[in-house]
Write a protein that binds this ligand. Structure first.
Ligand code: SF4
Length: 283
């Protein structure tokens, strides 16, 4: 767990780094966008070479454990917390957990409901997914209830498109663009946020198995990048690196569209464990 969380904090996943490189190639020579992306890429390389955090905001930890229910699952929870405490002490994770009652920083990155650990029973090998989600980008995550009169968004895919583009528009200059969006159509207020965030684990170059959602992802990506918001909101052709849309059944009276906004520093890894609990492969 120590290796997994440490790598998540210091080495940007290949698909995200590749998307930033592709964005750099697209931007005009001498533009602020090109310079910004160039600095981001230099920073990514330095963090990886020197084993330093990719961003000063090392985020909060989301862990999803999938596997057969067994006693070892409880050991994993302890090991995740242990690893977080050690990495916080080492400075690989910033002290990012404040108790809202006392306003005191717990200084360990652990506290009430922190880290967030979800167990999902699966009849297969144990997989651990870790995400470090920055606070600035989390502030830009949002949820819409359709119909939405201001956006003229109805309960259909066009309404979804309008909401997601509004989220991008509202986030301009905040949340450290170019961003990646995880979206959930449907669900309830709680599941919507979780399912939207889980979309951020998808590789940027994957293809949505639903042709309808695959088209919507591409449409929104193209239109968002046409807004001219650009890296860090300073203008340019790259506002988003990816859009990933999932869905959940909804109550007939509710139609939520939830957007989990992630910054260029989208840090997540998934590992598969051996029966003994060693890392078998990085996914
Ligand atoms: S939003 Fe992302 S890149 Fe910006 S400060 Fe937070 S973690 Fe870092």
């Amino acid at each position: 767990m120590y290796d997994l969380i440490c790598k998540t904090s210091t080495v940007l996943p290949e698909d995200v780094a590749f998307a930033v490189k592709k964005a750099l190639a697209r931007e005009e020579k001498g533009s602020i966008a090109k310079t910004t992306l160039d600095i981001i890429l230099q920073s990514i390389a330095l963090s990886s070479e020197r084993g330093l955090p990719i961003c000063q905001d090392t985020g909060t930890v989301l862990a999803i454990i999938e596997g057969r229910p067994s006693k070892s699952v409880f050991r994993l929870e302890e090991q995740i917390k242990d690893a977080i405490k050690k990495l916080t002490k080492k400075g690989i994770l910033r002290q990012n957990c404040v108790c809202p009652l006392t306003e005191k920083n717990t200084r360990t990155n652990t506290g009430m409901h922190v880290p967030q650990i979800h167990f999902e029973p699966v009849d297969g090998p144990t997989r651990i997914s870790i995400m470090l989600k920055g606070g600035g980008s989390e502030n830009m995550s949002t949820q819409y209830s359709l119909p939405h009169s201001k956006l003229q968004a109805g309960r259909d895919m066009e309404g979804v498109r309008r909401c997601v583009l509004d989220a991008v528009f509202q986030a301009q200059g905040k949340g450290c663009a170019p961003g990646i969006l995880g979206v959930c159509i449907g669900g309830d207020r709680a599941s919507g946020y979780f399912i939207a965030k889980k979309q951020l684990f998808r590789k940027l170059n994957d293809k949505n198995p639903s042709p309808l959602l695959a088209t919507l992802e591409q449409t929104i990506l193209k239109e968002a990048n046409g807004l001219g918001i650009g890296p860090m909101g300073l203008g340019g052709k790259t506002t988003l690196l990816g859009v990933k849309i999932g869905y959940a059944g909804r109550h007939p009276a509710c139609y939520f569209v939830t957007v989990s906004y992630s910054c260029w520093a989208t840090r997540r890894y998934v590992v598969e464990l051996t029966e003994k609990g060693d890392i078998k492969k990085w996914i």
